[in-house]
Design a protein. Structure first.
Length: 367
């Protein structure tokens, strides 16, 4: 079929504080890392040899996924970093530079390779995309989505001819200046010859450097315009919105864990919930070992991770609680992402534990 590459070496600065101690690819959706959905999707289409480039918090990815046998695939890792003052520190090589490093090491990319960014949920028909790529004799393909013209300023825009051959790119143009409405999704298909155009041993980017060079050389480089779900988690606001959509059931094949104890309310094991003394309005997931005290309320869409505690009179409304979060008595958290160390609203404004300006009380349920 093809080989796979997942780009997971980025620092995820736009999703902080979620990525303070977690790679972006490990940010959870319904209790599973984003990257796990990608691996499952690749495996579904027979892509069973997958390389992952890593850098920041690489151990979190490598320890979770291991060699990939749980998903019926083989996973390998390529660490991007240097030794500085006696320590090993992350230093990503860019999306293309990371692939060139792997190729120079072993020649792994010896057949068609599909490349995915590790921070997006997709349901792309990979088989159809690979077929189109090969039928056109492409050296490289970029999968695009047609977006409303007023939204082009949020994306890298691909300009292609009638036959799909890529002519140029525009990086987040204003709507009046956009020559196309085809947005790059960060999904690419390469033949080995394309990787030979990447200079070795340096930082090099696929979108801003490799692709323009392919166009300049007049090589067979095509855009594919496809209709599929592409849910990018580029910012904290995206993450909050994605969770709301998933919890509402708007995203196909995303199944809620736990047991549905009443319509729209799923619960894990070993919970302490006085059902007659609390107000819970779905869709809501309540993880294992959660304690909800009398008088507390949850209004969905909401996710309450395992080990959380909601004190008497507290309210959680359209929010996500990471594991072991304690919500103080009488507190109301609305449209927020909350962990034991911080809380961040849907627009990215963050408060940390101990912040004297915070009116909200929350903490670690383990202490």
């Amino acid at each position: 079929m093809a080989k796979g590459m997942i780009l997971a070496a980025g620092q995820g600065t736009r999703v902080r504080p979620l990525t303070n101690d977690l790679p972006k690819a490990m940010v959870p959706i319904l209790g599973k890392p984003v990257m796990e959905y990608l691996i499952e999707h690749l495996a579904k289409y027979g892509v069973d040899e997958i390389m992952v480039n890593v850098a920041f918090h690489n151990d979190r990815i490598e320890q979770y996924f291991g060699d990939g046998h749980r998903w019926g695939v083989q996973i390998g890792y390529s660490y991007e970093g240097v030794r500085a003052h006696g320590d090993i520190v992350p230093r990503p090589l860019g999306s293309a530079g990371g692939m060139r490093k792997i190729q120079d090491f072993s020649g792994f990319f010896d057949e068609t390779t599909i490349v995915l960014c590790g921070d997006a949920l997709i349901d792309l028909d990979i088989g159809a995309a690979l077929h189109e790529h090969k039928s056109k004799g492409a050296i490289a393909s970029v999968v695009t989505l047609n977006v409303p013209r007023e939204e082009v300023r949020n994306y890298g825009i691909v300009v292609a001819g009638r036959d799909g051959r890529v002519e140029s790119f525009q990086e987040k143009p204003e709507p009046a200046e956009a020559r196309s409405t085809l947005a790059s999704t960060g999904i690419y298909i390469f033949e080995p010859a394309a990787l030979e155009r990447i200079p070795p041993g340096q930082v090099y980017d696929i979108g801003s450097q490799l692709f323009p060079s392919l166009v300049a050389e007049g090589l067979p480089f095509f855009a594919q315009s496809r209709f599929f779900n592409w849910i990018d988690i580029g910012r904290v606001s995206d993450y909050w919105s994605v969770l709301q959509r998933v919890l509402r059931g708007d995203v196909a094949q995303m199944n809620m864990p736990g047991r549905e104890v009443r319509p729209g309310v799923w619960v894990g094991i070993n919970t302490r919930i006085p059902w007659d003394a609390v107000d819970i309005q779905g869709p809501v997931y309540i993880g294992s070992s959660v304690c909800i005290e009398p008088g507390a309320s949850i209004v969905g869409p909401a996710w309450v991770g395992h080990g959380c505690t909601l004190r008497t009179g507290s309210t959680v409304r359209r929010s996500i609680l990471f594991e072991y979060t304690r919500i103080g008595a009488g507190m109301c958290f609305e449209d927020m992402i909350v962990s034991p160390e911080y809380c961040v609203n849907r627009f990215g404004k963050t408060l940390y534990q101990g912040d004297e300006t915070a009116d909200l009380r929350w903490g670690d349920a383990r202490g």
